[in-house]
Write a protein that binds this ligand. Structure first.
Ligand code: PEP
Ligand code: MN
Length: 338
């Protein structure tokens, strides 16, 4: 942390700031220029940030030197995290396609989608049993029954399951069936839920909220890792902007920005970001080209009859062709896709 004093700050102001810094056991290093004095502060970051330095007389501004996220940042953990989900690896050189319907509807629907994902070379299947819907009157998901349908599709295809939890009270039952716990965009900063999944022994796929900054996303991941769960996959799924042409705006630059800042794997969700079938392939390819470690995408055997997010779902009939294009580009980008 660096404290930059005003040009008009007096020696007494500087001495007062130094005294407050030393009071909490940190050390202060003064460097006086012709016009301004800068005080370097070394010590426990959390304690230093508690000090209201900017409120002290003579202080112009305070500049952080270290990032606020310690566990998920690259500063103290330069190597990429690779997460192994029942043999499907993601992160580092390993690329994964996670695909399936928005919601679990019937055993046949999940099975058909899972088989299409498997046949296309996909690595994990997704499907929501607990659905966060904007309207309380919309289909809310099948709950535990849906989890059982996912498990049956896993038994058939061998694909690990990614599914969302919204309520800490459902965490035990979700963990009983899921291989990866998804935290949806509406719960990115639900800190109590994050702490609970941080205690679980399953990897977590954490989505970026539509109004969450990259730093806030990384701090949300920090909540999970702080509890002991180091296997977190971050997901860019579009943010809310002034542009109405798409449901959300895929923040493609978030991918390299996060990869530079953090060692955690990053996936792109081209389905929820655009909300449009015709944009799923171009946004997926953009995600791969930007350095994503995977794609999470919606596919449905019959999108016209989907109970949720039909307009953005790839029909399973074309999923093989889509996945082929994505995997080709991932290979070209130097990733291992098996
Ligand atoms: C989903 O993946 O099914 C979902 C609801 O996505 P998001 O949380 O990104 O809106
Ligand atoms: Mn959806």
């Amino acid at each position: 942390m660096m404290v930059i004093m005003h040009e008009a700050a007096t020696e007494a102001d500087v001495a007062h700031v130094v005294a407050r810094i030393e009071e909490i056991g940190a050390s202060a290093h003064i460097s006086s220029g012709d016009r301004v004095t800068i005080i370097g502060v070394i010590g426990d970051r959390e304690e230093i940030t508690q000090l209201p330095l900017e409120a002290m007389p003579g202080v112009d501004r305070v500049v952080a030197v270290l990032k606020p996220y310690k566990l998920v940042g690259r500063e103290f953990h330069p190597d990429d995290t690779v997460i192994d989900v029942r043999g499907a690896k993601i992160g580092g050189d390993h690329f994964a396609i996670i695909a399936g319907p928005c919601s679990v509807e019937t055993p046949e629907q999940v099975l058909e989608a899972a088989r299409a994902v498997k046949a296309a070379g996909g690595h994990m299947m997704r499907g929501g049993a607990f659905k966060p819907r904007t309207s309380p009157y919309a289909f809310q998901g099948l709950g535990e029954e849906g989890l059982r349908m996912l498990a049956a599709a896993r038994d058939d295809t061998g694909l690990p399951i990614v599914t969302e939890v919204m309520d800490p009270r459902d965490l035990d039952v979700v963990c009983e069936f899921a291989d990866v716990i998804q935290i949806g965009a509406r719960n990115t900063q639900n800190f109590l839920l994050l702490a609970e999944v941080g205690k679980a022994d399953k990897p977590v796929l954490l989505k970026r909220g539509p109004a969450t900054t990259i730093e806030e996303l990384l701090m949300a991941a920090e909540y999970i890792v702080k509890e002991g769960n180091r296997d977190v996959i971050l997901c860019e799924r579009g943010i809310r902007t002034f542009e109405p042409a798409t449901r959300n705006t895929l923040d493609i630059s978030a991918v390299p920005v996060i990869k530079i800042a953090s060692h955690l794997p990053v996936v792109v969700d081209p389905s929820h970001s655009a909300g449009r079938l015709d944009l799923v392939l171009p946004l997926s390819l953009a995600g791969v080209a930007a350095g994503a470690d995977g794609i999470i995408v919606e596919t449905h055997p019959n999108p016209e009859h989907a109970l949720c997010d039909g307009p953005q779902a790839l029909p399973t009939a074309v999923f093989g062709e889509y996945a082929g294009r994505v995997l080709d580009l991932a290979r070209w980008a130097g990733k291992t896709v098996t």
